[in-house]
Write a protein that binds this ligand. Sequence first.
Ligand SMILES: Cc1cc2nc3c(=O)[nH]c(=O)nc-3n(C[C@H](O)[C@H](O)[C@H](O)COP(=O)(O)OP(=O)(O)OC[C@H]3O[C@@H](n4cnc5c(N)ncnc54)[C@H](O)[C@@H]3O)c2cc1C
Length: 480
Amino acid sequence: MAASVATETKIVVVGGGPVGMTVAHALTKAGIDFVLLESRPSIVMAAGASLVMSPIGLRALSQFGVLPAIEKVSSPLSIVKRFNHQGRSIGDAKLFSYLHENHGCASRVIPRQDLMQVLLDALPAEAQSKLLPSKKVSSLENTDDGVIVECTDGTSYKGSLVIGADGAYSAVRKHMAIMGSEKETHDGEQQQQQQQQDKDLSYLTTYRCFWMRFPRLPGINPGDMTEAHGPQATTQYFANEDSAVVAVYERLPQPTNRPPRRYSDEDEAAFVAKWGHLPLNDNPNYQNREGIKVLTLGEAYSHNIQKGFINLEEGVVENWSRGGRVVLVGDAAHKFTPSTGAGCNNGIVDVVVLVNKLHKLFSSASVGTPTSDGSIVTTSNIPESDLAAAFREYQNARFDTVTLGCNLSSRATNNASWGTPLAKFIDLYVLSVDVVLRLFLHWAASKTVLTPVFDFIAGEETVRGKYPWVHKIPQAQKMD
Ligand SMILES: Cc1cc2nc3c(=O)[nH]c(=O)nc-3n(C[C@H](O)[C@H](O)[C@H](O)COP(=O)(O)OP(=O)(O)OC[C@H]3O[C@@H](n4cnc5c(N)ncnc54)[C@H](O)[C@@H]3O)c2cc1C
């Protein structure tokens, strides 16, 4: 039971990460009332690695007018320098140069906290007041006309629907499965439901990741990106204006879908001792105290200012919604390895598709309903069946794309960590061939251009490349 009288709102968003903040922007633009509950003590925290934002994510965010602010705190990427574990080149990839040419904007590396700050600052004050930190969601309770979301501090919030943007270990996903199993019990399908629930509760983990941030050392240039490939482990290293981040992905002895384990200081020390020799750059201007010219992981570790040691879950959840009351976006619905820099970008595109549908539903339902200031939709009785249908359409629109993206990312991590002899061969002798990369990106472009945009936010198309987008950003006069 709810601990106290629930505060009522249209939509309860759980999770204020980059995808949850994208939801906050989109709902604000759509004029749909919401509250966002975030368990951390503040929306922007000095935590998290850097993210590569690709044209699909940047184009969606451009509709909020935040592209110039993102450009100020991020660095464009062009070439990926690839080495083996001994620091010998295995062929550079002009991946980001081609993506830029194809889709009209550079992929940019941005510290997570800077992206969060940009997203926070760009929200109007009234919307900012709806972001509630220190609100850890503990349970969800179905009512006849909505959902009550309860927090560990005893407060509760009622919404017509809940959007779970609470990441890989989503509490919303967990409760969605429980709500479903209670319902299914009456239908006598317990066993099948239990199997589905288990499947939806956790992702498979094949790799673990140690990442750290360190100051930009002499000889490192903003936008530098390198990878060290080899047996069992691979790195990705990006330099920003002020700092650089490296992440090492190491294959576990066995894939597992056990709950995440916390790594201790001893685990970290053993990890760094094992992989400290991995090269991060080939910059002849860099020289460490011992006169070694290549910056190694071990050397960078001695300068680290932030770090994390986590499991890398992978997978796509089978059911992204439960009835018309609860729906998932971002890492709560699908989790990629970081190798292709696609997890967050895809989460942002989820929001595009979902909020387009909600905007259509809420604005048509509100026809004839006067609002106090002309912007906030106050209708509260959209049939659950309409919401459920919208959620199904949303998942159908996204499922194949994210499944493909998740598989590609998985393969990229496997190739770079030489998971099989074939993977090693592909990594060394196929992916290093420029024409292969161009052909692959030509094929990928045929899918990328299908990426949707917010169809209710008018603006200029600033991201334009060789391959035209199928869905155009609506122009202001056409929307009047
Ligand atoms: C090392 C590394 C590098 C990566 N690089 C890239 C990249 O280059 N490009 C890219 O696109 N993606 C990248 N990713 C993936 C990216 O970080 C995620 O896809 C992205 O953060 C997902 O955003 P999200 O908002 O869905 O989830 P999260 O970022 O996990 O945010 C979820 C939020 O929900 C909150 N929360 C959780 N539980 C509760 C609760 N019970 N109640 C209230 N709030 C709760 C959390 O505190 C958090 O703020 C990388 C990931 C890693 C690990």
